[in-house]
Design a protein around this ligand. Structure first.
Ligand code: ADP
Ligand code: MG
Length: 238
């Protein structure tokens, strides 16, 4: 589960076309990174997949089902927001439990899922704290925990590490890659950071002004960048 296909997906805000018609295949279990300069449409593309924006034209399929007109909660995906999207007045436990409460699960079911997520993320001993009493990295783990409990078929990350300092960012990169190995769930990860893309991705999608310049493994892009934009962005010799 976690196969996502975009077929001639186009997005315009008013008469400004931000994403010209675009095709993309994301395979089950893949770690896909959307990379490109600020303003190139990475967040918009992710939000279209999440259902937080409506496509102007085209079709989005998730695990073979037409999801183009489904509301975000019906798509079986979980968006991981930056850690500052946590509820500051709620404990870590309540923050992680929040989507499950909204979904109407019993308290026993909620406790079991929250405890399991806390274990995976090494948050067991922090469940009663509030976000303000955690480090940046721990807060980011809570944000991921809130996604994990929903057992999504894919995780969508939008620059989740951009407000962490450099050292912490390296650690969290490794943690997210490790989590991907452990869960074997599709992850779509947006960043403007080439190093993040090259070190984390199975497949990189290089975007430029809403267009896909190239799709390939980090090694493909490094060895055979299709054009000067990709070469320049990936930092490879051409
Ligand atoms: P990125 O995430 O790569 O920095 P975005 O997807 O946020 O880029 O934005 C791509 C383009 O779409 C930008 O020119 C931005 O100004 C425009 N845009 C994004 N959201 C909206 C919106 N809700 N209304 C109008 N324009 C938007
Ligand atoms: Mg963005």
């Amino acid at each position: 589960m976690g196969r996502i296909t975009l077929d001639k997906v186009r997005k315009a805000f008013g008469d400004v076309e931000v994403i010209p018609p675009l095709d993309l295949r994301i395979e089950d279990g893949e770690f896909v990174v959307f990379v490109g300069p600020s303003g190139c449409g990475k967040s918009t593309l992710l939000r279209l997949i999440a259902g937080l924006e409506d496509v102007t034209d085209g079709e989005i399929r998730i695990d073979g089902t037409d999801a183009t007109r489904l509301s975000p909660s019906k798509r079986g995906l979980a968006m991981v927001f930056q850690s500052y999207a946590l509820y500051p007045h709620m404990s870590v436990r309540k923050n992680i439990a929040f989507p499950l409460k909204m979904a109407g699960l019993s308290q026993d079911q909620i406790d079991a899922k929250v405890n399991a997520a806390a274990k995976v993320l090494n948050l067991d001993s922090y469940l009663d704290r509030r976000p303000g009493q955690l480090s940046g990295g721990q807060r980011q783990r809570v944000a991921i925990g809130r996604a994990i409990v929903r057992e999504p078929s894919a995780f969508l990350f939008d620059e989740p590490l951009s407000n962490l300092d450099a050292a912490l960012r390296v650690g969290m990169r490794l943690e997210i890659s490790e989590l991907h190995k452990r869960l074997a769930t599709t992850m779509v990860y947006v960043t403007h950071d080439q190093v993040e893309a090259m070190t984390m991705a199975d497949k990189i999608v290089v975007l430029n002004a809403g267009r896909i310049e190239q799709v390939g493994s980090p090694l493909d892009l490094y060895r055979a960048p299709r054009n000067v934009f990709v070469a320049g962005f990936i930092g490879s010799p051409k």
